[in-house]
Design a protein. Structure first.
Length: 294
């Protein structure tokens, strides 16, 4: 070893000696292992029980965190000016309803539970989606899915009446002659003197009121009051304001999930082909059953 060190260049020798010295110092300064820190067998039943309880509590906390549905989110506040308008009681809507689907011409089953806070939507193929429901405004629902994504849907409800038309418009009349209307992503507020402003909500924040460029006018005629919002006309149907194109799209309350799914299945079934009156359904459609005259 000494011969090898003497044969090395001075610079390399110096580096080697410094490295060896550093290793020696590090080894000298390293504390001896503490016997108390070594793994030990636990034999005391009380200690075992305490450790098991702590582990169970941690596992339960992790399970609760995973199981907490993301649709249970804090509801953003509404503008103070909405307070003058009656709000639907979502708890009163608990039960099973057939409503318009987002797909034109189809219906879905809404199961409203947990005092109007949870909605399970089921289509005719029994595919389910779970939403948290709350009021975005007195005339619109906020639906929050299991990923935390939210969308709105117009609504008018009172007692056992519910309508949530796809792409429609609804409104709520105030006691002073004012109105609040929902159409698309806009919420219109029409004052008693006819002034109209709209606001929009995004991520829980409401925009400042602005004057719409489209028609927004409440008028009275032979058929009663009419609210015009662009191309849509809303009228009062039994105390609930709905646009004329969706006035017959009322939700239907059914007894339970099974009854709702049965109704969806019937509606989705292909219609039986009609037969001509007097025709023999068992006859060959290509055969000639008439007689030649002449």
């Amino acid at each position: 070893m000494a011969v090898m060190l003497l044969a090395m260049p001075r610079s390399a020798l110096a580096r080697t000696l410094v490295a060896a010295l550093a290793l020696g110092l590090a080894a000298c300064g390293r504390p001896a292992p503490d016997p108390e820190q070594k793994p030990r067998a636990i034999e005391d039943p009380e200690e075992i029980d305490a450790l098991q309880q702590a582990a169970d509590a941690q596992a339960e906390a992790r399970a609760r965190a995973r199981a907490k549905p993301r649709w249970k989110r804090k509801v953003p506040p509404m503008p103070e000016t909405f307070a003058a308008f009656e709000r639907p009681d979502l708890a009163a809507l608990e039960g099973a309803w057939l409503v318009d689907s987002e797909i034109p011409g189809q219906q879905v089953l809404w199961l409203i539970e947990e005092d109007g806070a949870k909605l399970t939507e089921i289509d005719h193929r029994e595919r389910e989606r779970v939403f948290g429901i709350s009021l975005a405004s007195p005339c619109a629902l906020r639906l929050t899915d299991e990923r935390g994504h939210a969308r709105t849907r117009v609504i008018a409800a009172r007692g056992d009446q519910l309508i949530a038309p796809r792409g429609g418009a609804t409104a709520v009349a105030g006691s002073d002659g004012s109105m609040l209307a929902c159409a698309g992503h806009r919420t219109y507020q029409i004052a008693a003197d006819g002034r109209c402003r709209y606001t929009t909500e995004m991520l829980g924040s409401w925009s400042d009121p602005a004057e719409p460029s489209e028609t927004c006018k409440l008028s009275k005629g032979a058929k009663g009051a009419t609210l015009r919002l662009g191309d849509q006309r809303l009228r009062d149907y039994g105390g609930l304001w709905v646009d004329e194109d969706n006035a017959d799209r009322w939700a239907v309350k059914v007894d339970d999930r099974a009854a709702g799914l049965a109704a969806l299945t019937r509606a989705a079934a292909p219609a039986e082909p009609a037969t001509e009156t007097g025709a023999d359904p068992g006859a060959d459609p290509g055969s000639d059953t008439g007689t030649e005259t002449g």
